[in-house]
Design a protein around this ligand. Structure first.
Ligand SMILES: Cc1cc2nc3c(=O)[nH]c(=O)nc-3n(C[C@H](O)[C@H](O)[C@H](O)COP(=O)(O)O)c2cc1C
Length: 360
């Protein structure tokens, strides 16, 4: 079994360890989606991770899910992200940008635009119209506008343009967000996707959007700079997947043709499905050994268990949020600081950059 502290080669990068910082929305950008100096500090504090994955970043205004999330769709955002990636690199780290298109999990109060989705299905759940996590600012998600077949290509281009911007901003690569109920998973889901064209219906239809986004992004910035995140079987944001083993088996086999930098999965379903994904995936395999709203954050023991079961790298979310020196704490066995739920998304530096390294 490899250790969390063994080096690993990921695409063009040499990682000093197997510990990955999972993507986490923190709502600390400006209202225009421009990264702030505090964000540079936050990510730089965590640069000893083998790999940092940024918070969800929207590739267009229409794809924004909540207020004060950062974007990657204009030059002001690119210039400000450069300060973040420089700060991580100066501190010896590596960082991928997570690209998240919200699809139907969005609201005109945030974007000024009607959300788009695979199908015009009534979502039946409320969405955030202010900061992520502000439950008082939730309103029913409007019925989204269904993308025409021709328009699907345009949305693939939206991911590609953001990936190009990410590289221009100094990111080492991008992670395409195919998890947690956002646009890519809406296409995968038999409830959100009721299309009758080539992007819907059978498993091969429902995985088409995911695969084409990955193909086009890899062609634009290099396959070894593109990762893909999945959460098989999750029910977040109204997602229903009735055929999880078949759906994810087919999807992973199709993505496996593309030589991507990595596949990143949340342990959101039966271990049999996850280990089958591992077998189908020839490249780097990241496991976040946790349920998204699991009571306990993923910990070192769960990480080591997954390394023994074939994962190459382990992603930690909440433990990283509260422990900027997580790698060193794991190495020394130092106690972990607990994360504070109240300050996860509410702006400001408290609960953001005031978590300190362990005082030995
Ligand atoms: C504050 C917070 C924000 C999150 N934002 C994102 C996100 O932007 N993108 C994403 O893919 N997952 C997001 N997640 C899910 C985490 O990446 C991770 O899957 C989850 O926290 C479970 O892992 P853990 O037990 O290590 O925290 C978020 C989780 C938390 C706690």
């Amino acid at each position: 079994m490899s250790s969390l502290f063994a080096p690993f080669t990921l695409g063009r990068l040499s990682l000093p360890n197997r510990v990955v910082m999972a993507p986490m929305t923190r709502s600390r950008a400006t209202p225009d989606g421009v990264p702030t100096p505090s964000m540079a500090t936050y990510y730089a504090q965590r640069a000893t991770a083998g790999l940092v994955i940024s918070e969800a970043t929207h590739p267009s205004l229409q794809s924004q899910a909540s207020a004060n999330a950062p974007g990657l769709h204009n030059t002001d955002q690119v210039a400000a992200w450069k300060n973040v990636t420089d700060a991580v690199h100066v501190n010896g780290g590596r960082i991928f940008a997570q690209i998240q298109h919200a699809g139907r999990v969005s609201h005109p109060k945030v974007t000024g635009l009607t959300p788009i989705a695979p199908s015009a299905v009534e979502p039946g759940f409320p969405v955030f119209t202010g900061l992520f996590g502000d439950f008082e600012a939730m309103l029913p998600a409007p019925i989204p506008r269904e993308l025409s077949t021709q328009e699907v290509a345009g949305q693939i281009e939206v991911y590609v343009a953001a990936a190009r911007y990410a590289i221009e901003a100094g990111f080492d690569g991008v992670e395409l967000h195919g998890a947690n109920g956002w646009l890519i998973q809406q296409f995968l889901s038999s409830s959100a996707n009721q299309r009758s064209d080539a992007y819907g219906g059978s498993v091969s239809g429902r995985i088409r959007f995911a695969v084409e986004v990955a193909e086009a992004t890899a062609a634009a910035v290099g396959a070894d700079r593109v990762g893909f995140r999945l959460a098989p079987g999750t029910s977040l944001w109204g997602i229903v997947e009735e055929d999880v083993p078949e759906l994810y088996g087919s999807l992973v086999s199709a993505l496996a043709q593309l030589d991507l930098a990595y596949l990143h999965t949340i342990a959101s379903t039966d271990e049999e499905v996850l280990t089958d994904m591992r077998k189908r995936w020839p490249g780097a395999f990241i496991v976040n050994p946790s349920a998204v709203r699991g009571a306990q954050p993923a910990d070192k023991e769960k990480g080591e268990r997954w390394l023994a079961m074939g994962a190459d790298l382990i992603a930690f979310g909440r433990a990283y949020l509260a422990n900027p020196d997580l790698v060193e704490r794991f190495r020394t066995g130092a106690a972990l600081t607990e994360h504070d739920d109240e300050t996860m998304y509410n702006g400001g530096d408290t609960g953001y950059i005031n978590y300190t390294s362990y005082q030995y």
